[in-house]
Design a protein around this ligand. Structure first.
Ligand code: FAD
Length: 317
């Protein structure tokens, strides 16, 4: 089932969550161990992130350094197929522009289609560590909107080779990312919303937000989207803070801020367990308020730790 239909079919708020592929070498059972505790909440779909390869430098003889490309968390497509097979729940692979030519993207979509996957989240990807700004692959998509456009074309049976005869249309529901606190590269929220609207006009069917900790920012974002003619479902993305490390890592990595009441509470924490307690309590309050306001779905970022999400879900669903 397509995400958009799963959301529309329900009058109540539904639950979904995002997982990361495990570090290379970990078996699929470790992945299931993170998913199993959340299945009792009847998730409508599970997102699986995509991690591009990274460059590392390995020391060779005579002090030479060799630049090596590695992918630490492979397996997005296989994991999606495994989830659909084991749990009979929709899986949503993330598809990024980064590292993909348009030809690679086309072939990836053909693989997904053959596996019976009907949903994708279309994203650009971030700049690599050594680069100041995002550099697309040669003959690749530059922005998520270009990727949306390519998927939408294939949904109409239009492949890269225009003369292709009897090309079968694929049939994907396309989700895209939105940023209640603005994407950090955009010069203003208004400019960012124009770019978000472009993704919608080119064929995206719903938006899932970057994590936020202040519901007011989500409500204001939704209002601004509506003013800009974006009238699709906007699914809030939530992440419970679960470790001392995340207190610094989350604002720095995702370009978001904690509301003062949350940062005051986090400041008193001495251990990861203290942080998790605060994070879960905050997540419960956030979720309840959003559900009471009638959001279509609550989407949780597990970041490899499902226990905190399970505690929140058991209070909310
Ligand atoms: P875009 O929509 O392309 O926007 C990027 C920037 O360019 C924005 O500032 C936008 O305003 C601007 N822009 C867009 N179009 C134009 C245009 N035509 N002209 C000028 N400016 C333009 N990353 C991964 O690598 N793997 C993942 O699995 C992953 N999952 C994610 C899931 C979610 C829900 C979110 C919110 C992010 C995820 N990311 C992932 C991170 C994402 O790749 C980054 O946030 C990235 O910097 C932007 O991606 P985007 O799809 O929003 O890009």
């Amino acid at each position: 089932m397509k995400v958009i239909d799963a959301i529309k079919e329900h009058t109540d708020t539904v639950l979904s969550f995002e997982i990361l592929p495990l570090l290379k070498g970990a078996g699929i059972d470790s992945l299931y161990a993170g998913i199993d505790p959340l299945m009792e909440f009847n998730p409508k779909y599970v997102n699986v992130t995509y991690q591009r390869e990274e460059y590392i430098y390995k020391k060779r003889e005579k002090g030479y350094l060799e630049k090596v490309s590695i992918k630490k968390r492979p397996g997005t497509v296989g994991i999606c197929a495994a989830i659909m097979n084991k749990y009979d729940v929709e899986a949503v692979p993330h598809l990024i522009c980064d590292g993909f030519t348009k030809e690679d993207t086309e072939n990836a979509l053909i693989d997904l289609d053959f596996l019976g996957i009907r949903n994708v989240l279309a994203l650009r990807g971030d700049a690599r560590k050594a680069e100041n700004s995002f550099v697309p692959e040669e003959n690749g998509n530059e922005y998520a909107s270009d990727l949306v456009s390519q998927i939408h074309d294939m949904n109409k049976g239009e492949y890269l080779e225009k003369e292709m005869k009897d090309a079968s249309p694929i049939n994907f529901c396309i989700g895209v990312a939105g940023y209640p606190e603005k994407h950090f590269e955009a010069m203003s929220l208004k400019a960012d919303l124009k770019n978000l609207k472009r993704k919608i006009d080119l064929g995206a069917e719903y938006i899932v937000t970057q994590m936020f900790f202040d519901n007011q920012k989500y409500f204001e974002f939704v209002a601004r989207c509506r003013e800009h003619g974006i009238d699709l479902p906007i699914i809030p993305g939530l992440k419970p803070v679960t470790s001392l490390k995340q207190i610094q890592f989350i604002p720095r990595t995702f370009h978001i801020s904690f509301p003062e009441a949350l940062s005051d509470a986090l400041e008193t924490c001495k251990t990861d367990a203290d942080v998790t307690k605060v994070g879960v309590e905050w997540g419960i309050e956030q979720s309840k308020e959003l559900r009471d306001q009638g959001v279509p779905c609550l989407h949780y970022y597990t970041m490899g730790r499902s226990e905190a999400v399970r505690k929140i879900a058991s209070e909310v669903f």
